[in-house]
Design a protein around this ligand. Structure first.
Ligand code: NAD
Length: 511
């Protein structure tokens, strides 16, 4: 029934003469409320990954000197500026205005995000709208942040736990969801009263710079929200090294995250890490297979699979494996992918040619190790952009590289199971623990399974879902710390214990 097919009729070719590609946007960094070029004068050009040869943006290539200046500005704004001293209500009002500014620039931001990342324009619009909601939520919470009291520690003693802003926060973000990830960190850090220096990915810096400009216009004081652009080892690493930075919030690969955590240890700074994933999607025999097939397609193809919370491992009851794969293959062959500017496109381009090559090398590894390639496995129209076909493997063994490592592409690895215990062991059997889905009509099965999964974000009968209220973060090598919800504010707060003695203190030495 199931055969390998190099099916590409659903590829939507990009239009290289689309007028939206004609202008290259030149950006400057935002440091201490002013637009700045790099001291070296060097810039990084960004070509649209979906439109070969079309340069769509350029930003400064910062060195350690530029980043040091931004850290100095954030430090001054924290130690001497108004932001940490403001009431929660005042900060909240300004953060609400940022949310309004984001919505007012939705089309502009979505187009930049689409052209720099290669994701579909429609998807980018939804993401910007979601980001405005992240700012709105954090703005609302910012005036409700509170400490604690201890009133039962003795008749003449009273304990207060003071919540204070943690200080200067260095934030390093990746290229796959530039605007979402910066908006999952900055409003919480600012809401807590911190100041920030953000270093976005060298591939996708445009919307982060625009966000800082929008925040400045909304009333965030100079020096509170700084952006430096450039390469990781040159500009990013300084944020981990510099003792003037109190907290480092890193989102990206396990390799860079562990490297930065070891550097940050020298200045004993708090480190939050949001790293990679290898999300399992467990499908029980009683699941609604139609809904599950759609969810599995979304889970693995969304953002061309370049998603930390992708559902890239299908762990399916052997009794329904054939039926589910049949539905999934049918869907995969009809899914419009390609041109990021096409309104119907479900997924667009991969971020870069080297990343495309890496995804292709995983497909070769899967074939070599004996997995069965049912669909795709190849690059498409490589002359017009970085496109990769929907790819489905069956008969994957749990020890294969395609079952263990984060591929970060539209590549699904299917593993069958016979018992619920086996499903849980397979789902937990990688070094990652970022997200997981369970598909079943039986709520008890679904909940009991989810309780045994070692993953920070779980879904029942859905995938890649989130709201500002709910925490995100990883178990195991997927990271440390939690962002969003009320938990996110704790990452950017210090808690001070204040012990008060009421009346005359008990003498230590009687004489
Ligand atoms: P990456 O680790 O290569 O880069 C991330 C950021 O770190 C970039 O800004 C980069 O310039 C910077 N960087 C690189 N080397 C550095 C160094 N030596 N010092 C300081 N900064 C450095 O990751 P990527 O390829 O941009 O993103 C993909 C990865 O991000 C995937 O593993 C994905 O799972 C992960 N990710 C995780 C989450 C999450 O919330 N857990 C979200 C999105 C992406």
């Amino acid at each position: 029934m199931l055969m390998q097919s190099r099916f590409q009729d659903n590829f939507v070719a990009p239009n290289l003469s689309d007028p939206r590609l004609s202008s290259k946007r030149a950006y400057r960094m935002l440091i201490d409320g002013a637009s700045r070029d790099a001291v070296s004068g060097q810039v990084i050009d960004r070509e649209s990954p979906g439109h070969r040869g079309c340069v769509v943006g350029a930003w400064p290539q910062a060195t350690a000197e530029d980043v040091g200046g931004a850290i100095g500005a954030a430090r001054r704004a924290f130690d001497h500026g108004p932001w940490p001293q403001m009431s929660g209500a005042e900060r909240s009002t300004i953060l609400h205005r940022v949310a309004e500014g984001v919505l007012a620039h939705l089309e502009e931001l979505a187009l930049i995000e689409c052209l720099e990342t290669g994701k579909p324009l429609n998807q980018a619009r939804g993401e910007i709208e979601y980001c405005a909601d992240l700012w709105t939520y954090a703005a609302g919470q910012a005036r409700g942040l509170e400490g604690d009291t201890h009133n039962a520690i003795g008749a003449n003693r009273l304990g207060l736990v003071l919540r204070e802003p943690a200080g200067v926060v260095g934030i390093i973000t990746p290229w796959n969801f530039p605007f979402i990830i910066v908006s999952e960190r900055v409003p919480w850090a600012l809401g807590a009263g911190c100041t920030v220096v953000v270093k976005p990915s060298e591939f996708t810096s445009g919307t982060t710079i625009r966000l800082a400009e929008i925040a400045l216009e909304a009333g965030v004081p100079s020096g509170v929200f700084n952006v430096v652009t450039g390469y990781g080892s040159e500009a990013g690493q300084v944020l981990a090294e510099d003792p003037r930075v109190d907290v480092l919030a890193f989102t990206g690969s396990v390799r860079v995250g562990t490297h930065l955590a070891s550097i940050a240890a020298a200045s004993v700074k708090r480190v939050g890490l949001e790293l990679g994933g290898k999300g399992p999607q467990i499908v029980f025999a009683d699941a609604d297979l139609e809904a599950a097939a759609d969810g599995i397609a979304y889970g693995v193809y969304h953002n061309a699979g370049q998603c930390c919370i992708s559902g890239s491992r299908l762990i399916v009851a052997n009794s329904v494996r054939g039926a589910l794969l049949e539905r999934l293959l049918d869907l995969s062959k009809r899914l419009p992918f390609g041109n990021p500017l096409g309104e119907g496109t479900r997924y667009g381009a991969m971020v870069s040619q080297p990343h495309l090559d890496k995804v292709a090398s995983y497909v070769s590894a899967g074939v070599k190790e004996g997995a069965e390639l049912l669909l795709g496995g190849d690059m498409v129209a490589a002359t017009s952009g970085n496109y990769f076909a929907p790819t489905v493997f069956d008969k994957v063994r749990p020890d294969m590289r395609i079952a263990q490592e984060e591929i970060f592409g539209p590549v699904l690895a299917t593993i069958g199971f016979d018992t619920p215990e086996e499903a849980v062991a397979l789902a937990n059997g990688t070094p990652f623990g970022l997200s997981a889905s369970v598909w079943s009509r039986d709520l008890e099965t679904a909940i009991q399974t989810t309780r045994r999964l070692r993953a920070g974000r779980c879904w029942i009968n859905s995938v890649i879902d989130g709201t500002p209220e709910m925490p995100i973060g990883g178990y195991k090598k997927s990271g440390v710390g939690r962002e969003l919800g009320r938990y996110g504010f704790d990452e950017y707060s210090q808690f001070k214990g204040l012990h008060m003695t009421l009346g005359r203190p008990q003498p230590w030495f009687q004489h």
